[in-house]
Design a protein around this ligand. Structure first.
Ligand SMILES: [Zn+2]
Length: 185
């Protein structure tokens, strides 16, 4: 899947801004990129998601690109380290917000909507507004939930660190990590 929008800062522009020498004077400010394999389970041991068998996940640390519970722990792990990291909801996808569980009328949806349980829609067009899932339909009542599916879930991550290195200039310019073949999105 290509996300061109995030990759439109040419490296030449960054070099023209003389960013690299600045960072060399202050190497501590260069973010770390790690690649890790993960298997995510809930506290009953049921697997929710896993990278094993595919590419590891490349992440620039300290940018909030992953849940805080992992972003806090990964800087202390090295290549080859394996660990199980337990992340409470507050450092994961947040607690369940019952105010995002609503009952609405079928009439609030466009008449042509063939509403089914499991359908998802955004509550408003603003970026970052919650995605609601249709949980249940009873007559004219539609029960919707705007919580992240993993809200309130204690996350158990089995982690294996595969790569750890400073971010490269192109990654710094883009503000995110690139995969094993460099520019890959
Ligand atoms: Zn990029």
């Amino acid at each position: 899947m290509r996300k061109q929008y995030s990759c439109q800062v040419p490296v030449e522009i960054m070099r023209a801004n003389n960013l690299s020498p600045l960072l060399k004077r202050n190497p501590m400010s260069i973010p770390t990129v790690v690649a890790f394999h993960y298997t995510l389970k809930d506290k009953d041991g049921t697997t929710i998601d896993s990278s094993v068998g595919g590419d590891p996940l490349f992440v620039m640390l300290g940018k909030g690109h992953i849940v805080k519970g992992l972003d806090d722990v990964l800087p202390g792990m090295n290549v080859g380290d394996k660990d199980t990291i337990i992340v409470a909801p507050d450092n994961g996808y947040g607690p369940v917000n019952t105010e995002l569980r609503l009952k609405v009328g079928k009439a609030q949806f466009p008449p042509e909507t063939n509403l089914k349980e499991g359908d998802q829609f955004q509550g408003s067009p603003e970026p970052g507004s919650p995605v609601f899932t249709v949980m249940k339909i009873e007559g004219d009542d539609v029960f919707i939930d705007g919580n992240h599916p993993l809200a309130g879930v204690e996350l158990h991550f089995d982690i294996e660190v595969m790569v750890k290195r400073p971010a490269e200039p192109e990654e710094l310019a883009h503000g995110h990590a690139h995969g094993p073949e460099g520019h890959k999105h």
